[in-house]
Design a protein around this ligand. Structure first.
Ligand SMILES: [Zn+2]
Ligand SMILES: [Zn+2]
Length: 331
């Protein structure tokens, strides 16, 4: 059941995703919401968590408005739009005024889908881990279970679950990435800021939303050294997620819709599995929030209106920057 590829046949599938969205397909809305939420998780936008809802609606609204990706795949277009929407609050949060570039080094990195060979290598290394560790890793990164759920099911203490994850990410980084690759990502170069060395980076990766990391979260996007280090580690985590089959293991859109409709047509076991998944998966829970808001009815106009209200702060900032530049080079 936990496989989005096994969804029942539905008429919306014949349409291009943008047209399906325009036609008000709730499945298309779930799909799009998960794609945007995936970017927010990937970029560790936890300090803006109270605004995720708005980000998601705006990103989908922009895609609808621009009819983006009509000829291509909608998902990369939604990713691009989401990063774009995230850029302003991110720049504001870290007081980024340096230039018109992206404030976050991480934004420059390639998406792991680009490198199937490395993903395969990670998958091989995961299968070589001690059995219990590999299971915990797959539970969390593959099945999207929460740490508490894994601890209860596997009958191991919670702190052990977290330790397994931290240590496995560390081990896999050593083994999964070749030395050349790790070096080419700049982790070994000379640093002027040593903040990242004082921290347990794998622990930050495992629970980046904790209050304990707030200072570091405020610091690293604006620091070239620390953002490079976080970027490298995040890349490892993304590979691990991918190697565990994470992205393909979400419930189907149809199952989430059934759950939304008071669980009609779901067996009790399915219902329990879905609730458990939602508990640990921000992607699916964000999609459920959105679907509850629009109740599967036409949402196109509302979302486009949200997109129109997107702030144009970035444009203003760019204009300021051009102004300063012109002033500086004026004869
Ligand atoms: Zn730093
Ligand atoms: Zn999910």
């Amino acid at each position: 059941m936990l496989n989005s590829r096994e969804g029942a046949q539905r008429p919306a599938e014949a349409l291009h995703p943008v047209d399906a969205l325009r036609a008000g397909s709730p499945q298309a809305l779930i799909h799009a919401a998960r794609a945007v939420a995936a970017v927010l998780v990937e970029y560790r936008a936890f300090d803006f968590e109270d605004r995720w809802d708005v980000f998601i609606q705006r990103a989908i609204g922009c895609a609808l408005r621009d009819q983006a990706g009509r000829r291509g795949d909608l998902t990369p277009e939604l990713r691009r739009i989401s990063v774009e929407l995230l850029r302003d609050p991110l720049a504001d949060a870290v007081g980024w005024t340096r230039d018109g570039q992206l404030p976050w080094f991480e934004m420059r990195r390639a998406h792991p889908a680009d490198d199937a060979e490395v993903t395969e290598c990670f998958a091989r290394e995961i299968s070589k881990l001690p059995e219990q560790r590999a299971l915990v890793l797959r539970d969390v990164y593959g099945e999207g279970r929460s740490f508490d759920q894994v601890a209860a099911q596997r009958k191991i203490p919670l702190r052990m679950v977290k330790r397994f994850l931290r240590e496995s990410v560390w081990d896999l980084r050593e083994r999964g990435l070749s030395r050349d690759r790790a070096q080419s990502r700049g982790d070994e170069r000379v640093k002027s800021c040593l903040k990242s060395l004082e921290l347990d980076l794998p622990a930050f990766l495992v629970e980046p939303h904790l209050d304990a990391w707030r200072d570091f979260r405020d610091h690293y996007p604006g620091c070239h050294d620390c953002s490079a280090v976080v970027s490298n580690w995040s890349q490892v985590e993304l590979y691990v997620r991918r190697a565990c089959g994470g992205p393909d293991l979400h419930p189907s859109e149809d199952d989430l819709l059934k759950l939304h409709r008071d669980g009609e047509g779901l067996a009790y076991g399915q219902y329990v599995a879905l609730m458990r998944h939602l508990d640990g998966c921000p992607l699916c829970s964000e999609a459920m929030t959105l679907i509850a808001r629009y109740d599967g009815r036409a949402y196109e106009t509302a979302l486009i209106r949200m997109a129109e209200s997107a702030p144009s702060a970035r444009r203003r900032r760019l204009q300021n920057w051009f102004g300063q530049l012109r002033a500086r080079f004026a004869p």
